[in-house]
Each structure stands twice: as structure tokens, then as C-alpha cells.
Design a protein around this ligand. Sequence first.
Ligand SMILES: [Zn+2]
Ligand SMILES: [Zn+2]
Length: 362
Amino acid sequence: MKAIAIVPHTKTIQLIDRDEPKITTATQVKVKVRQVGICGTDREEVSGGRADAPPGEKMLIIGHEVLGVVVQVGEAVKSLKPQDLVVIMVRRPCSECEMCKKGCSDMCETGNYTERGIKQRHGFHQEFVIDEEKYMILVPPALAGTAVLTEPTTVVEKAIDHACRLQVARLPVDPDPKKWLHGKTVLVAGLGPIGLLAAMVLRLRGANVIGMDIVDPHTLRPKILEAMGGKYVVGKEGALRGHTFDLILEAAGIPKLDFQLPQFLATNGVYVLTGVTAEGPPLSVDAAKLMRDLVLKNQIIFGSVNAGVAHFKQAVLDLEAAEKNWRGVVQQLITSKTPFNRFADALEKRKPDEIKAIIEWS
Ligand SMILES: [Zn+2]
Ligand SMILES: [Zn+2]
């Protein structure tokens, strides 16, 4: 069978032949891969950036945003059967830290976790994959068109869930974290796939959402945001003057912007960062004002990465709810579908109007 593999830390990327994997334990599931989404991490990997092959191997099969169909299950598998649609979790525990031992590898403390398609484990750009039942999330057939967006949705599910949990833990409000956002004013900074999926989740929770980016208001990103009831602002000097936000979700990965946003955070507000910033020159910031406001306004700034199993399940529920509320809108995030044998077209360069590019395997 075919697979897309790289030699980590080089620009070598090729379609390779390898043996079709076989189920070897009673709890494994074999999946025929349908679609794999491409994100900034994949582009970083193929351009020679962060990626690690499995121990003892030279190549890494990439891809971590997968949708597939079950073709075979081990005899102890209870929750899945052939023909079921599934998405597969990315991170695997380190076996050393308390977080991983308790099933929260997304909060791993040692950094010795592994990740499919990224760190020491082969990914999903291959015709068939095998994994444990516990890392697979069942997807309803109605989501066949959008479920490839589940993994990026989990990133925002975790960020939003943790922001809401922090708030209900410290404020005299309804203790249900899902209710905290109702009627709140939220800024989403950066309307790539992560920002737009964040806007989707936030609108589903009843928040008033302002999305900020630098694209023309008549292009697809603002249109998707507006179709879900969000409001678009073009990110230029003075664009947010007079606004304050109960929650700011950063999905741009631009350090200068990251440090400008806290001035728009309301008293008791929370600011969560999800963008991974590239290296750059040091910045000059008004640190005294930033720190003073954090204290005097009871504000929280925190970062969030990866996601746990509950966030995967919530992502599937929210993609389903979004499809009911705004039929066909979320699907517009998928701006290109490329057959696997033409992978270079999609993986090596990002098209200017791209939101989410996917590779089709079957
Ligand atoms: Zn990704
Ligand atoms: Zn760990």
C-alpha cells in the first residue's frame, strides 16, 4: 500500500510502498483512510522543521487529521464495527507522568509523549492504519463531509473548555462551564481553520463573536464567520478601539498582536492563546501596564495545546450541531481536495485563498 513519508529535518518527501498493517491484538481496529487534513504542522514538517521518525527508522509517515472507515476489528472491540466512520486521536501517553497515567496526555508534564504523524509514531497519510479502540472516536454518517475537521476542532474545544472552567471556578456564576459563554462578548483573533472553528463553537454556546483578520471583508473567511452569526472586523490600527471582551481566543501566532490584545480584555476576562509563534526578533512591550492590569483586573492569560478524549467527543457533537444550524457552511472551510498521488500540490505550498486543504485517500 501507499504512504506519504518524509525524512525528518530534510525536505525529502515521497510516496512510499509499505506492507498493509495487520491487527495483532484483540483491542485493535483497522481503518481504511478516507481523508487527511493538512495544517501548519505538516507544512513545517515537510519544510524540514519539527518532526521525529519512530525509534530506529529513517522516515516518518506524516498526517494527523484523519477521517477513515473501519474495515476490521479485534475480537475484544465493543464500540466499533466495520463500516463505522472514525477519527483517531493524535497523542499517546509518556507512561511516566501523573497526567498521562490518568488519561490526560494532552497535559503531559515530561514532554515524552509521542504523536502520530509528528513525533516518533507514523501518521495517517497511508491507505490503512491500525490503532487501539480507545483512541478512536465514532462519527455519525451525516458528518462524512466535515468530520476531517474534527482534530482541529478539538484544539478549540479544549481551549474554550478550559477558559470556561477557569471562569466558573472563580466567579459566582452557574457552575456549568458550557453555560458561561452565553451572552458573553468574545474576540477571535485570526480566522484560519482554528479561528473559524473556534467561532463555530463559541456561537453554538451563545456568545457574541467578533472575528478579526486582515483579509478583505468580501472573501470566504469573513463570509463563513458571518453565516454563523459572527461579526467581522479588519485588523488594522484602531479597529478594536472602545471594545472589551470577556474572552479573547488567539489563533494567529503573531507575537506582536498577542501582546496588543490584552488591552482589550475586560475586567475578570480570560485570554487563551492557541497559535504557535515562529521565532523572531525580541519585542518591546509595556510590561508594567500588562502586569498591572492582570492584577488589578483579575485577568487570566493562558496557553492551550492538543486535546483529550472528551474534547474529541465534544468536537463531533459540535460539528453535528453546526451542520444542523448552518447547513453546508462548515464544509466551506475545506477549500481543496487533492488525490494522494498528487500530494505535492497540496503539501508543499499553501494556496493564498486556502482555509483547509485535504488529501483524499479513498
Ligand atoms: Zn493539525
Ligand atoms: Zn506524560
